[in-house]
Every structure is written in C-alpha cells, then in structure tokens.
Design a protein around this ligand. Structure first.
Ligand code: BGC
Length: 753
C-alpha cells in the first residue's frame, strides 16, 4: 500500500484549504509541540507522563492556545483519549478551518502490551511475527488517540557501543530492509484510516547508526557507495512499502546535518524514491543546526531546514517563531511552505481525521490479556542460545523439571528493567518476572526455588554474594539473570565498556567456582563482551529485554516446551577494541589466515591484518544461534552455472538463479531453523564484502525430517553499487553459501558473463 500517493479528489480539497489558509495557519501545520505540563495535569489521562520521554513544550509556548488558534499541526507524546480529545476539540471545534491534529508518539515495541526490544524481535528473523506485533501495538495505541508512530527505527548499526542499536534490526541492510517492510505493513495495514492502523515514521534519515565511535549524535562520514549499499536500503524498503512519514536524523553526514541536507531529503528521498509524505525533524534538531555550526541563528536554521525538505519542526520553536518573517522577506518561498502543508494535510486525510478526529470506545490502559500470547511468542523467538554445554559434554539445556534451582542476579525479579528502552506507555505491574514464573513452575512440579539477588546491576558491593553462593550450593543448578538495566541502552546511552556492568562478572565467578552447572541468561539491549563467560559457563542464552511476558517465555524455553530459534543480528565481539565489527567486512591484501599457499613466502605472517591480542572474528557471529536440536545442510546447489549480464540488466525483475539446499533436523526435537543464504562477488570493478546476506527463511522440522529449500536470486541480490553510485551487474564470479549462520561453509558457484 502506498498511502502517500496523491489522490486527485483529496488534492483538490487540499487546494481549497490552502486557498483559505492564512500564512500563520499554514505555518501552524508545520509546528509540533507536546502538551505543557500544566495542560497534561488538567486532564486525568492514564499514564500520560509515561510517554513524555522528552521535556514538555518549551517555556512560553502554550500548545493548547496554539491549537485553538489553528496554529498547531501535530503533538508529540501526548497520549490518552481524554487529553488527545481535549486538544482535538480545540483544533477542530474552535478554529475557522477545523483542521485536526496529528498525535505522534514513540511507540517502539508495544504500546501497553510491551514485547521485546526491536533488536530482540529482529533476532527472530520473522517478518510475519514483527508485522503482527506492530499491528497489535497500533491497535492498542489508536484507542488512546495516537495515530502516528515514531517507528520503525531502521538505522543499520555496526557498533554496539551505540546504545540505540537496541531500537533497530542490527547490522545488515538486507535483513534490515525485510524487517522495515514488516513494520510498515503491521502499522499501516491496507488502509491508514482503519481502526487498527497508524502512520509510521521511518527514522532516523539517514545513517544515524554510523555515529563515530558509537557515541550518540556523533558525526558520520562515509563514501556514497557505502551510504547506498549499507545504510540506505532499509529506509528505501520502508518508503517503497508505503511509509507515511520520515524523520530526519540528528547527525551530520559528510559535513551536512541530516536536518538540512538536500542531498538526502530531496535528491534521494523525493526525487529518486518519489516520497511525498511529510518529513518531521527529530526532537529540536532544527534548533541544533545552530550548534552544528551551519547557522548563526534560529532564522537561518529554520530557513535551511525547511528549504532542505524538513516539513515539520519537532519542538524547536523555530518554524512558528521565524518562518513568518522569512516568508515575508522572500528568503523562504511561500511555495515551499505550501508544499510542506500539502504533505501534512495529505496525511491527515489519509488517516481519516477530517471525518473522524476524535477517539471513542474503550481505551487500552494496561497490557491486554488476549495480546499476551503474541508477546510471549515474540520473546521466545527472540532468545538466542549462545552456548549449550562444554565441548565433549552433553548439553545442559533444556533443564529437567524436577531439579532444585537457585535463581540469582539483579535481573531475576526486576519488573522495571524487563521492558527495555522506549517502553511505550507500559505499566511495570504488567510484567511477569522470571522469579515469579519460575516459582509457579517449581510449585507445579513439586520442586524448590531458591532465590538470591546477589548484586545490584551497577556498583561494587559484594554484600549479597554470600547469600547467592549458599543458594547455589544448596541447589542442583544455578540460573543467573545478569546484564544491563533498561536505561543502559536506547538514546544517549552509549557505553565504552561492553562487559557485564558493576560487579556482576565477579558474582558469576564466585558461583561458577562452586562447580554446579550454571545457566547464564543475559539481559541487554546490545551485544556484550562475553569472553570470560563463554569459557567458564556451560550454558548462555541472550534474552534481551523480553517485555511483559519475560518470566513465562524464559521458563518455557529453559524447560524445553519451546526450543530457542533466534539468531544474532549483530556480531558479539571478543573485545570492544574490535568495534565496529560486522560479518560483511571487506577483504584486505593481507588476510589474517596466512601464509597463503598461492603466494608462499609472500609476506611474513607477522604483517597481516590482525590484532596482537584477539582473533579478528566475532565471539558469536551474525546469524549464529543454537537450538535444542541439530540441523545439517546438504546438496547446496545453484540452478545455473552462468548468468547473462545483458539479460539481467535488461530484466531486473528476473530471478535467473535459484540457490537450493536440503536442511535436515538430525536431533530429537521439533524445532525451527533460520536458513541463511550469503553471496560473494569476486572480480568486479569495486571491491565487495567477503559475504553478504541475500536470503533467509524460517523452517520448522520434526526430528529426522528433511526439507529442500529454494532461495531465488535476481538483480536485487546479485547487483552492487558501482563507481557511478548506481546498482550494476558485471562479469564476475559468484559464491553462494547456505547454512545456519554467517560462517556457513558449504557453497556453490556460478559466473556472471
Ligand atoms: C529521538 C527520536 C524520537 C523523538 C521524539 C528524539 O530524541 O531521537 O527517536 O522519536 O525524540 O520523542
């Protein structure tokens, strides 16, 4: 669906409105504020404050008065039927032209029924699941007056120091694009005006995830090939899937802040991709152009942003303050304003707000019981089993149901940290913690659960260690719930150290020293450095921040009611110094694995691309994740040995190669495998990564069952960005791997000629 496509009937109504609007009314459509604190307090909206993640409207701005004057276009994180209807009445009933407001909010991984953080749901590699989750969030939020989500965040992230990697799908553009489409389908449905649909805002355009050194808001600088090949595909996929709006990013790209960047906002977004919905700035990003040093004052900042293509000013208080004079003096053409207003009105019509501006019916104010099964399934699909038993020993998981368990750690009975960053309008009371679910399980199975917190998340107190050690001594198995707090990832939450915070590793060391089997559950919003853990703990499972169904999802997985099927979408490093670390790295002239038999004695092994202290590869690579069963791959084939370059150039829809394989469940349980297909291009005019993901699917198999799978490859998968910064195919050699991670070894070959 492409709701942004102009409908002639609606365009005529917009022309009509534009003819009647004063300049102040026009500019008002481009202005966005949250409610002032005073206004929020005057309504009794449930949990309004929970979504006021950013401060309220700046001093001196009364958003209600602006709405009544017809000089406010949209509101930020103002949530709840009562307060949204209150503002909507001001905009619709009290004004000349009755133009309704948009209510935009940061609903990122659930509105009231919180499901895992996006990096977690991405680990499911399950776009259908993600669409269903997005739709569930939209249907809940719409009952509270929200009609616009600042989601999905599709920024490719290759550096886990950047805390916002938790909000995205990880390091890969191909997977990122598939997931971006899934969100748009789920949020917007077939019809934006339907009861369960909201407009999506794909963010943060563009390359925000490439912040240097993983420090949030930091600058990005990259070649156009890298921009187009790695960073842009998920945004483009979202726009092609019909994303109604786009949010510009905080960062600058190659010296030009994204919020005043005509190359991004006009050349790429509007001209190349044909996007005709509104672009909203990020929070105060228009004002921040002054701090970036490309505007000496607010007037220049506003002029640069609006002429570059930012239609809506989120919270800067600059479009309303500066645009009237800028238009009167001719510095900003009125045509630019008209076009921006047109895009905003188009969205309001598409959402059906002119006919139905108010929200009625019962409002969702807590996690919805009937939505919990989907939230639980999402949590289960997000878990990634990183290790299960030491080499030569039998797997530790799943656990037998009759053993005495010691549950230890600061995240074991901690509702607040289970929801992760940007947890919508959650109520912490809706979270079922691991401790309470394990307790129920122990009661049902007639066993005992011992519990000790052991330590805090941060800090160096060892006061709780002794109790934890004695619990572990008295038990058959120790389950440790360790990791980060919610606020250690998300916005402005970069970390330079990526190990377990505080003295949690020390706690783990003292439990491991007892010699009882240890299961480590890692709660985090990003890849952590788990080097010590991987060599001292028998079983490790990454569980991210799982949301309201944390406890039941983990219990079902620990005891084998479900088998883990998640696969990493970001590489887990051995040491922070490897960052940015990603599987689709480029070759060097001096690879780590030397000497090369083809060039004996060419260089001493010392002069290769490596670290002195750690191997180059990830501790747990992209695409990796274990199961309670085993899968094998055989018959890796491609359907053609040669492909015609000329044919593929002519027919970019063709899929001339089918990559195929047989996947067999060689273990004893029914389980799901995420089959992955990687491609390498050798001999092209531009150096290509050592491999790139170009296909994937989830396959569920019974024990002993085998399935043949096919992955079609066409122009999209086989092309790359050439020297002219456009996708090209050239005569080259192609290698195709199919397997269960980015280190898959079995391959087939063909030539493009
Ligand atoms: C974040 C955005 C968010 C906006 C509105 C900003 O600080 O970068 O992702 O949508 O605030 O709350």
């Amino acid at each position: 669906m492409r709701p942004q496509l102009a409908d002639p009937k609606i365009e005529r109504r917009i022309d009509e409105l534009l003819r009647q609007m004063t300049l102040a009314e026009k500019i008002g459509q481009l202005v966005q504020y949250s409610a002032t604190e005073e206004r929020s307090a005057k309504t009794s909206a449930v949990n309004t404050a929970a979504l006021n993640v950013n401060p309220p409207a700046p001093g001196g701005v009364d958003s209600f008065k602006l709405a009544e004057a017809g000089e406010l276009g949209s509101m930020l994180n103002t949530v709840g039927q009562e307060i949204t209807n209150h503002f909507q009445h001001a905009a619709v009933d009290h004004t000349r032209l009755h133009i309704p407001l948009l209510f935009g909010a940061d609903v990122i991984h659930g509105f009231r029924t919180i499901f895992p953080v996006p990096l977690g749901t991405a680990s499911s590699w399950d776009p259908e699941l993600i669409s269903a989750l997005a739709h569930m969030a939209a249907s809940e939020a719409r009952t509270a007056g929200v009609n616009w989500f600042y989601s999905p965040m599709v920024d490719v992230a290759r550096d886990p120091r950047w805390g916002r990697c938790t909000e995205g799908a990880g390091e890969d553009p191909y997977l990122g694009a598939a997931i971006a489409r899934a969100y748009i389908r789920g949020y917007q449905g077939e019809d934006l005006s339907a009861a369960g649909s909201v407009a999506a805002s794909v963010k943060h355009f563009a390359a925000y995830g490439a912040a240097e050194a993983g420090r949030d808001y930091n600058t990005t600088d990259m070649s156009e090939i890298r921009l187009r090949q790695v960073y842009l595909p998920p945004y483009r996929a979202a726009v092609e899937a019909g994303a109604a709006t786009v949010m510009s990013a905080f960062n600058s790209l190659n010296g030009i802040p994204a919020t005043a960047n005509p190359f991004l906002l006009q050349t790429i977004l509007r001209s190349e991709w044909g996007f005709n919905g509104p672009v909203v700035s990020d929070y105060t990003a228009v004002m921040e152009l002054v701090r970036h040093g490309i505007a000496l004052n607010g007037a220049t900042a506003a002029a640069k942003a609006v002429t570059a293509g930012v239609d809506i000013d989120m919270m800067s208080h600059l479009y309303d303050a500066e645009l009237p004079a800028l238009v009167k003096s001719g510095r900003v053409p009125v045509g630019t304003i008209d076009e921006a207003v047109r895009r905003v009105l188009r969205l309001k019509f598409a959402l059906g707000l002119f006919t139905q501006p108010f929200t009625q019916g019962s409002e969702v104010t807590n996690a919805v019981a009937s939505h919990r099964p989907l939230a639980r399934r999402a949590a289960e699909e997000s878990f990634v089993l990183l290790k299960n038993g030491d080499a030569g020993e039998s797997p530790l998981l799943p656990l037998p149901k009759n053993k005495k368990i010691a549950l230890i750690g600061p995240l074991a009975d901690n509702a607040n940290d289970m929801v992760g960053a940007w947890s919508g309008a959650n109520n912490f009371g809706d979270v079922v913690t691991l401790r309470s679910a394990l307790m129920e399980h122990a009661q049902q199975n007639g066993t005992t659960l011992l519990y000790a917190k052991g330590s805090e998340i941060s800090g160096d107190s060892e006061a709780g260690f002794a109790e934890a050690v004695s619990a572990a001594r008295a038990a058959d198995i120790a389950v440790l719930a360790l990791g980060e707090s919610s606020d250690m990832s998300g916005e402005a939450a970069s970390r330079a150290h990526l190990d377990l915070p505080g003295n949690q590793q020390k706690l783990l060391e003292s439990i491991a020293a007892i010699g009882k089997p240890v299961v480590l559950l890692v709660f985090s919003g990003r890849p952590l450095v788990l080097d010590w853990e991987a060599s001292h703990v028998a079983a490790i499972m990454e569980v991210w921040f799982p949301g309201v169904e944390t406890g039941p999802a983990i219990v079902e997985t620990l005891f084998g009611d479900v088998s883990p099927s998640g696969k990493l979408t970001m590489s887990f490093p051995r040491a922070v110094g490897q960052e940015p670390l990603y599987y689709s790295q480029f070759p060097t002239g001096r690879p780590e694995q030397f000497p090369d038999p083809a060039h004996p004695g060419f260089v001493e092994t010392k002069y290769v691309s490596k670290y002195l202290d750690v191997p180059n590869d990830a501790l747990f690579p992209f695409g990796y994740g274990l199961s309670y069963t085993t899968f094998t791959y055989s018959n890796i084939k491609v359907s053609a040995t040669t492909v015609s370059v000329a044919m593929l150039r002519r027919n970019q829809k063709a899929q001339p190669v089918n990559a195929s394989a047989t996947v067999t469940n060689t273990g004893h349980r029914r389980a799901t495998e995420v089959v992955q297909c990687y491609v390498r291009i050798l001999g092209a005019s531009v150096e290509q990564p050592v491999r790139n993901l170009k296909g994937f699917m989830r396959v569920t198999l019974d024990p002993g069952e085998a399935k043949s799978i096919q992955i079609p490859l066409g122009f999209e998968e086989l092309s790359f960005y050439g020297r002219e910064n456009r996708p090209v195919v050239e005569p080259a050699d192609y290698t195709v791997w199919i397997g269960g991670s980015s280190t898959a070894q079995q391959s087939a070959h063909f030539k493009m000629q």
